[in-house]
Design a protein. Sequence first.
Length: 178
Amino acid sequence: MKSTPCPPLSDAEWPEEIADLRFGFAGALNVYRTMAHHPALLLAWAPLRQHVVKDTSLGLERSEVVILRTGVRLGSDYEWAHHVSRARALGFSDERIAALRGQPEGEDGLIVRAVDALIDEKRLSEALKQELEPVIGVHGIIDLIATVGFYSVLGYLLMTYETPIDDNIAAEMAARPL
């Protein structure tokens, strides 16, 4: 692994003030082991993560579309690899996942356009909001915006500190490349 000022923390280095997080989501992934260099942030991050990742009004499939497209747009190999794995576990075909790198048709395409608008224009146009609302509702639109923001922050952290893809995901991608 390349030298970085914030490599993922080992169990022995894990901060005592967030000891309980090591046994949950935070200890399971290199991204959160990197964020653990800032215990107060990781502690504050946990409830937002619960909503964005688990309790989103988008549902898990739509959320994965948002996350994968955000990873593509940011150029975050870590997010892409991890969420290819999650999308496959949700039943996405490799063709559907690969299409998210471009401009897919249907609902995935609508979500891709929304992610692109947020990244490129820093907002959703009135026309795009009107297109999205009957499909995902107002809560869905707000959760889509929050998900792009949440995964952008993670992407910036991952790419700044060159956080390595977790071994199990790297092995999966090597065995089953997209």
